[in-house]
Design a protein around this ligand. Structure first.
Ligand SMILES: O=P(O)(O)O[C@@H]1[C@@H](OP(=O)(O)O)[C@H](OP(=O)(O)O)[C@H](O)[C@H](OP(=O)(O)O)[C@H]1OP(=O)(O)O
Ligand SMILES: Nc1ncnc2c1ncn2[C@@H]1O[C@H](COP(=O)(O)OP(=O)(O)OP(=O)(O)O)[C@@H](O)[C@H]1O
Length: 444
């Protein structure tokens, strides 16, 4: 129900010239305000694309409000409310969306252009722009990480011929399939999410440079809201705007290296400080995926194509039962026979849990950093969203300490209709990886 949500009807925001392209994923386009606009400083607009495979309910006008309820009733019980952001609805018109779609087209990467903004959506999502601090006068440095799968599956439903899954993590194996499928730009990079999830300093020191090299959707760096690619012209000068390591123009490799190391050091500290978040994310990914897709795919409800897209109430119940189960000694089904004994409700529970796990395997963590002296709270008082909630981080090095915020992004539910795709993809990933003689041993 849309009307019990807080809907912003702000005609002045429906002016396409106010917005600039900020980024996009497979399913949504993100626009940022060109400059602070009254109480709407530091805000992004998240617009659904048309024609992409999505959650069934996303096809209806109520979907944006569904996402807000989903965050409140499903994600907050799993993570607490510290990491999930605030969201509001903005009423939009087809004319406004059409103008935006035309204006952003030149800025969009070719690989995303197969689907554009769905101009028939009635509401867009307004969210804080997590790459800037609205209450600060200084420069914000933001880093977005998409860690992917943080665990090795242990399910008894994994067939012996697929046992490599217990040794090599999904992300490490997947890049080989991508490479084989013709993505020659995708160099095999030695980034293993399990190193990131370990939050261990020496493993982070090894894996962060790999993640930075991987870039794409796995590592993004923003200075004052603008995306910077490490290696692009002038990247070090932009990074220096935050670290202020030198007053001179940054023009030698020693200075660039110093800035790069300062970035790595900062990230290591921040990730270690957020060990609780990474541990929780990994724990939820793993325990919500207790059967592995191989077990999930054996369930009658899937075999007979009878699973419906969950409504909000069903998502809520799924989380309640999951939290109950993980607090008790759990008895998970251990073999195909046990699956046969399961009621339809029990099957549904595991299927929806699996979908929740899939969302958490695909979300991003956005860190935003600012220097404490930059905090001049008055700039945008009365802004649309609550004030910035920050934590203090001792850094040592060039910066004594900084303030930062960590948020989870892209926590949308995954559709039931994607389950057969997940099974086929899993089969293909394993088949492709098994051609290698020596599997990598990923370490949890
Ligand atoms: O299957 P994966 O692991 O490749 O994940 C897909 C992502 O690929 P990635 O490996 O992160 O580059 C993929 O990201 P890109 O399109 O590659 O940026 C999407 O996030 C996709 O989710 P959805 O279809 O938009 O809901 C993701 O699909 P889901 O598996 O999360 O449904
Ligand atoms: N609130 C925000 N503040 C700043 N940047 C954001 C925000 N939300 C999204 N972005 C940027 O836009 C990008 C795409 O957004 P999002 O992840 O929501 O798209 P998506 O289509 O759902 O992604 P996916 O391909 O994973 O399904 C993000 O990776 C991030 O860089």
């Amino acid at each position: 129900m849309v009307w019990d949500m807080h809907v912003e009807t702000v005609p002045e925001l429906c002016n396409p010239t106010l917005w600039r392209y900020k980024g996009e994923g497979n399913a949504n386009v993100i626009l940022a305000l060109r400059s602070p606009h009254g109480r709407f400083g530091g805000v992004v607009l998240r617009l659904r694309k048309g024609g992409v495979l999505m959650h069934g309910e996303q096809q209806t006008p109520e979907m944006p409000s569904f996402l807000i309820s989903y965050t409140r009733d499903v994600l907050v019980p799993l993570f607490g409310n510290q990491y999930t952001g605030e969201t509001k609805l903005l009423q939009v018109t087809p004319e406004f969306l059409q103008s935006l779609a035309e204006a952003i087209e030149p800025f969009r990467p070719a690989k995303r252009r197969h689907a554009g903004i769905d101009i028939h959506q009635e509401f867009a999502l307004l969210m804080p722009d997590y790459t800037v601090f609205t209450s600060s006068a200084g420069v914000t440095l933001a880093v977005e990480l998409k860690p992917k799968w943080g665990f090795l599956p242990t399910s008894s439903f994994i067939k012996p011929e697929n046992s490599v899954k217990r040794l090599t993590c999904r992300t490490c194996m997947h890049q080989h399939l991508r490479r084989m499928q013709g993505d020659q730009t995708e160099e095999i990079i030695d980034y293993c999410p399990l190193d990131l999830f370990s939050c261990d300093e020496s493993r982070l020191r090894k894996s962060l440079p790999q993640l930075i090299k991987l870039a794409g959707n796995k590592f993004k760096l923003f200075i004052q809201g603008e995306k910077i690619d490490i290696g692009q012209d002038g990247w070090h000068t932009r990074l220096n705007e935050f670290f202020q390591i030198t007053d001179d123009p940054v023009n030698d490799s020693h200075q660039s290296n110093t800035l790069y190391q300062a970035l790595i050091d900062l990230l290591i500290k921040a990730i270690a400080n957020e060990r609780g978040l990474f541990d929780r994310l990994r724990y939820l990914q793993k325990t919500l995926d207790s059967l592995d897709i191989e077990g999930i795919y054996m369930l009658d409800l899937i075999q007979q194509g009878q699973l419906l897209e969950p409504k909000l109430e069903e998502w809520k119940k799924t989380v309640e039962l999951y939290l109950q189960r993980t607090q008790e000694t759990s008895h998970m089904p251990a073999g195909p026979l046990a699956l046969k004994d399961m009621t339809l409700d029990e099957q549904r529970q595991l299927l929806y849990e699996f979908l929740l796990s899939t969302t958490l395997k695909d979300c991003s963590v956005m860190f935003s950093f600012r220097k404490p002296d930059d905090n001049s709270d008055s700039t945008l008082s009365g802004s649309l969203f609550n004030s910035d909630d920050v934590k203090r981080l001792e850094v040592g090095n060039f910066l004594d300490h900084v303030e930062y915020r960590a948020k989870l992004l892209d926590l949308d539910p995954k559709p039931v209709t994607k389950l057969p795709y997940y099974f086929n993809l899993d089969t293909e990933i394993v088949k492709c990886y098994q051609k290698r003689e020596l599997p990598r041993e990923c370490c949890e």
